[in-house]
Design a protein around this ligand. Structure first.
Ligand SMILES: [Cu+2]
Length: 382
């Protein structure tokens, strides 16, 4: 037994969970597989932003530490003491030098940051005149990409989810929406740009290297907003040229009598009122008109040339090398039949859609035979 020591005061219960929060936050920042990381630029535009934010954060960090140290020091230095007579410490109100100092210094800092920001914004806004131009259309809940390759005002390629671009060349996006406001964001390549119905917002970017760059719609746009992702597939200029030629061709017709040919028949009766496969919808011009309405569906002309589907939440091909990403060279290898069948069986169960059927793909009540045939047909749409 020891004497009469005062019991140690217990900390209130909430301190521990409160301390845990910043620790978890700090640990969360350590993930190495973070495809939406804004701090790892992979192109000139995102690098310009990074070159601006790095020094701004450093200056802000120094200011933060100085102010906190000052506050803590003053609180400690002038704390109430046992023999306190209640008199105030020396006052500095009206000290001209000090007051000029703490007015001018922040003003100069902010002017510096403001000037650098404006220069970066002007830089990002400069339009290259020889850039490939792609129309980006946001829609509940997927992204469509339209390419007018020959510049005649008519779109020659219409695709979805995977935005294919040549690496090392500037690309100019014209971003718009068919229904509500969305926001297009590929953090490794550039900042965000809102997709607003009735307006066209330009956004330029360039990928340094061939590869896959992930993105996510960043303006809340309804039920499946979180399932509205996109990928940029940057190809070497030669591979890009090959891809573009392939997309301009009509897909080959399935062999008559095959399972795929059966699927094609089902497509024409059950799917073609929403989806386009070039040459299968009868009057393509009529369809162009329909496609302008909200509720239009992804163009499936070269569906099997993409790596993902349904707002990039499903992989269309198996990730053979296990990199966590279906890269361009894995497209065409092993079809992810399981997820495609699950999708066709009941789309709203996989991705919440508007309950009144006004948005998204409804459950069409397909039989297993129809699904098998449709999967075989979709695989031929390379
Ligand atoms: Cu959206």
């Amino acid at each position: 037994m020891h004497g009469t020591r005062a019991p140690i005061a217990r900390r209130p219960r909430w301190t521990r969970p409160a301390l845990l929060a910043p620790v978890l936050l700090a640990l969360g920042a350590c993930a190495d597989n973070a495809p939406l990381d804004t701090l790892k630029p992979k192109g000139p535009e995102s690098r310009a932003i990074d070159n601006l934010s790095d020094p701004v954060f450093m200056i802000a960090g120094v200011v933060f530490v100085l102010v906190q140290v000052g506050v803590l020091y003053v609180a400690w230095r002038y704390r109430r003491r046992k023999d306190d007579d209640g008199s105030l410490p020396p006052q500095i109100h009206g000290n001209t030098k000090l007051e000029l100092g703490w007015t001018l210094l922040p003003a100069l800092l902010l002017a510096g940051v403001g000037g650098a920001s404006v220069l970066t914004i002007l830089d990002l806004d400069e339009k290259p005149d020889d850039a490939l131009e792609i129309t980006v259309v946001g829609q509940q809940w997927w992204w469509e990409y339209r390419y007018d390759v020959d510049g005649d005002g008519e779109d020659d390629i219409v695709t979805a989810n995977d935005l294919v671009i040549p690496a090392g060349e500037p690309v100019l996006m014209d971003i718009t929406s068919r229904d509500v406001i969305h926001s297009f964001w590929i953090p490794a390549l550039n900042g965000k740009r809102d997709a607003v119905p009735g307006r066209v917002h330009p956004l330029k970017f360039e990928a340094d290297e061939p590869g896959v760059y992930r993105g996510q719609c960043t303006e809340f746009c309804g039920l499946s907003h979180g399932y509205m992702r996109m990928r940029v597939i940057a190809l070497s200029p030669e591979d890009y040229a090959e891809w573009q030629d392939g997309q301009m061709d009509d897909p080959a017709l399935p062999e008559s009598g095959s399972l795929a040919a059966e699927g094609r028949e089902t497509f024409r009766t059950s799917c073609s009122q929403c989806h386009r496969v070039r040459g299968e919808n009868g009057n393509d011009d009529l369809f162009e008109g329909a496609a302008l309405l909200a509720g239009a569906a992804p163009d499936l002309t070269h569906f099997a040339s993409r790596g993902v589907f349904a707002g990039a939440i499903f992989e269309l091909w198996d990730d053979v090398d296990g990199s966590g990403e279906v890269e361009a060279d894995e497209v065409g290898e092993q079809l992810n039949v399981a997820d495609l069948e699950v999708w066709l069986r009941n789309p709203p169960a996989e991705k919440p859609m508007a309950p009144d059927g006004a948005r998204g793909m409804p459950n069409l009540g397909l039989t297993e035979e129809q699904i098998d045939a449709l999967v075989a047909y979709l695989e031929t749409l390379e």
